[in-house]
Design a protein around this ligand. Structure first.
Ligand SMILES: C[S@@+](CC[C@H](N)C(=O)[O-])C[C@H]1O[C@@H](n2cnc3c(N)ncnc32)[C@H](O)[C@@H]1O
Length: 238
């Protein structure tokens, strides 16, 4: 059941994306000639574009550069055509030097004012009881929206999680942080543990997540060792 459902959802999201960004199909085709990428699911891309078009974030953080960078940049470019006072920046982090060089070389010139691609090798990040990986060198910027699709998160101890969202949240002066996750179920699982299920809905058939996090909750949880159990013995952090 999952695969047909996934295909239908992905197809609908692809159609919506192409409708919202009429030039993106040709631009992605041209980009794919210069750079093979693993790509991102249409579902996640549409979740991201829909949110960006609606909320017009000024600082976007992309974790895992590639064809998704073009999609985010094209959404921003369309917004700029409608509103010339809108000057956002997409900070795109890439953890592998060869893919970093490839992505920089292939970024279309029309996006050079909108996108900054930075090299950030993966680095361990630990927070309370959680163990994960972030990109090194993430600049201190007031990020409002995060697109999470990297770095690698498996190591000699098994599967950890991509922790860039938690890293940014920990330093954020904003009240809320929104974004999407492509795949990376463990990252959404950690966010659900900390911020609650309602703050980061994950849709397993299409492995895509939207999140909207309340920073107040993070500050409290960091110092909390209190647990709550329900009638059925399920534990959660207070
Ligand atoms: C899931 S991919 C990120 C894909 C990116 N968001 C996109 O839409 O193309 C995660 C990482 O795989 C690496 N990568 C990029 N292109 C690749 C390729 N063609 N083959 C294998 N790995 C690649 C990069 O380090 C990238 O950050």
């Amino acid at each position: 059941m999952r695969k047909p459902l996934n295909r239908v959802i992905n197809y609908v999201c692809k159609k919506r994306l192409f409708h919202a960004l009429p030039e993106i199909e040709d631009k992605l085709l041209a980009y794919s000639k210069g750079s093979a990428t693993t790509g991102t699911q249409w579902t996640t891309l549409w979740f991201a574009v829909d949110a960006i078009l609606k909320t017009k974030p000024l600082h976007i953080l992309e974790c895992g550069t590639g064809s998704s960078t073009l999609v985010l940049a094209e959404a921003v470019r369309l917004l700029q055509i409608q509103d010339q006072s809108y000057h956002p920046l997409i900070t795109s982090m890439e953890s592998v030097d060869i893919w970093f060089e490839t992505a920089k070389l292939n970024l279309p010139a029309e996006y050079s004012d909108i996108v900054e691609i930075l090299y950030g090798p993966r680095k361990k990040f630990e927070w309370a009881m959680y163990r994960g990986y972030i990109h090194d060198n993430i600049p201190d910027r007031p990020f409002e929206f995060i697109f999470l699709d990297g770095p690698g998160y498996d190591d000699e101890f098994g599967t950890s999680f991509c922790a860039d969202v938690l890293f940014v949240a920990n330093n954020s002066k904003k009240e809320r942080l929104t974004g999407v996750i492509d795949g990376r179920t463990s990252s959404a699982f950690v966010l659900q543990n900390i911020f609650g299920v309602g703050a980061s809905r994950y849709f397993l058939p299409n492995m895509a997540c939207k999140f909207n996090l309340d920073m107040g909750r993070l500050k409290k949880q960091h110092i909390s060792t209190d647990f709550h159990s329900n009638l059925f013995g399920a534990l959660r952090l207070k």
